[in-house]
Design a protein around this ligand. Structure first.
Ligand SMILES: *Cc1c(COP(=O)(O)O)cnc(C)c1O
Length: 425
């Protein structure tokens, strides 16, 4: 699952005790494991190796350019959703032909930048957007490929906010409308509409929605080919389950077992856009206990990180396994799961310092006993952790540290107070 393990009661990131990072960089801090990132990427690459597959890691999950660099080096392409993410991919030295660009609101500026960069595919979200890309490509004398994002109307049975492939979502076009879009725009000189994109949403826990969506998509592709259109690729998006310890999310191999046979012999390239399943378990957020406090029947553990640093528990009701970074042998967590039962633990709310009732990481959670100054690890914080953080309450954003074997590097410095106000002067 990852390379964050306890040895003699001390939590390590690969071969580095996290307490050493806290001593040098202070807390709170995001700590990434390079080996975990690469292991997850390799597993996806291996699972789909029978097909002509391009993995386009979804940058929004975790976007530090130092991480993108080694992922690009390991063969990954990238799924981007903004001009800023395109810039990051360029800074990381990514292969532009392995970039896919989704998003319902691409501006003219962003489209021109992507045309200039020579990205692989624009993932088209609406007829009007496609018309605009065609117009801008003609005006600037550029050519590009495009994939039409279709809504297979499949429910991935995940949180409403992360469900994107149902009919009533703002993304893509209805699958019934797709043939009309090809009829109208499918033979353009500048924009080669030659692929289909689907993205069901995030945090899927079963394989079935993908199979259902792919079957519907293949039916559409057969029709399009009968209509005389060339379709060279299918992009199955992201949303593959990551193991947060709440359920057994299917492994990359499990997804591939169901998906690969459907695509064999179809003369289709496959594109995948995993984000969370690559990044989630590749980081912890390390925070320090500031105070313990009682409120009525409740016990609060107040830590130095807040919801501005990790908003998933509040935004998606997400579960993160949380455990002290130094523990006695009897509190060794074993498998990190919601059902953990160890004698001597206390039921607490783990909360941050922000002036909002919603500023919590866990409520009613069993935790090994902690005291002021102890380090606490919030696990599986690699996806939508740092990238969703903010300066709310004028709190400087956290540093990011990358561990590689027995070495660690600060790959993003902690913001200081001057950073908070420099653009206001
Ligand atoms: C966010 C997103 C992804 C990645 O989703 P994960 O749940 O992180 O795997 C992939 N493709 C598109 C179009 C996205 O918007």
């Amino acid at each position: 699952m990852d390379r964050f393990d306890y040895i003699d009661g001390k939590l390590f990131a690969e071969d580095v005790p996290v307490s050493r990072i806290a001593a040098e960089v202070s807390t709170p801090v995001y700590i990434y494991s390079k080996a975990t990132f690469l292991d997850h990427l390799n597993k996806v690459q291996a699972a789909y190796s029978e097909l002509d597959t391009t993995i386009c890691y979804s940058i929004k999950a975790c976007s530090n350019i130092n991480i993108l660099k080694f992922l690009a080096h390991a063969g990954s392409g990238f799924d981007i959703v903004s001009g800023g993410e395109l810039y990051r991919a360029q800074q990381a030295g990514a292969d532009m032909s392995k970039i896919v660009y989704a998003g319902v609101g691409k501006t003219d500026k962003e489209i021109l930048e992507a045309l200039d960069a020579g990205i692989g595919y624009f993932n088209i979200e609406s007829e009007e957007e496609l018309e605009n890309i065609i117009k801008l490509a003609k005006e600037s004398g550029k050519k590009t490929k495009a994939a039409l994002r279709v809504n297979p109307d499949v429910d991935p049975k995940t949180h409403t906010y992360t469900t994107t492939g149902k009919k009533e979502s703002k993304f893509g076009v209805d699958i019934e409308r797709a043939r009309r879009v090809f009829t109208q725009y499918g033979k353009d000189e500048n924009v080669d509409l030659c692929a289909i994109h689907v993205h069901l949403g995030s945090a899927g826990k079963t394989v079935d929605p993908y199979v259902e969506a792919l079957e519907k998509t293949l039916e559409l592709i057969d029709q399009l080919r009968d209509d005389g259109f060339r379709v060279e690729a299918v992009d199955l998006g992201g949303g593959y389950g990551a193991d947060y310890g709440t359920s057994s999310a299917p492994s990359a191999a499990k997804y591939a077992q169901a998906i690969v046979p459907l695509l064999k012999g179809k003369d289709l390239k496959l594109i995948l856009e995993p984000g969370a399943s690559i990044a989630a378990n590749a980081a912890i957020m390390l925070t320090k206990v500031l105070y313990l406090k009682k409120g009525g029947e409740k016990k609060f553990v107040i830590v130095d990180a807040g919801m501005n640093d990790l908003i998933r528990p509040l935004l998606y009701d997400a579960y993160h396994f949380i455990w002290p970074a130094e523990i006695e042998e009897k509190f060794m967590p074993g498998r990190r799961s919601k059902e953990l039962e160890i004698d001597g633990t206390e039921v607490v709310d783990i909360v941050g310092p922000i002036c909002e009732g919603s500023d919590f990481f866990a409520q009613g959670r069993s935790l090994a006993p902690v005291k002021r100054g102890d380090l606490i690890a919030v696990f599986s914080a690699g996806a939508y952790g740092y990238t969703m953080s903010s300066n709310y309450n004028s709190r400087p954003m956290l540093p990011e540290v990358l561990v590689d074997g027995d070495k660690f590097t600060v790959i993003r410095k902690r913001q200081n107070y001057e950073n908070l106000v420099e653009l206001e002067k």
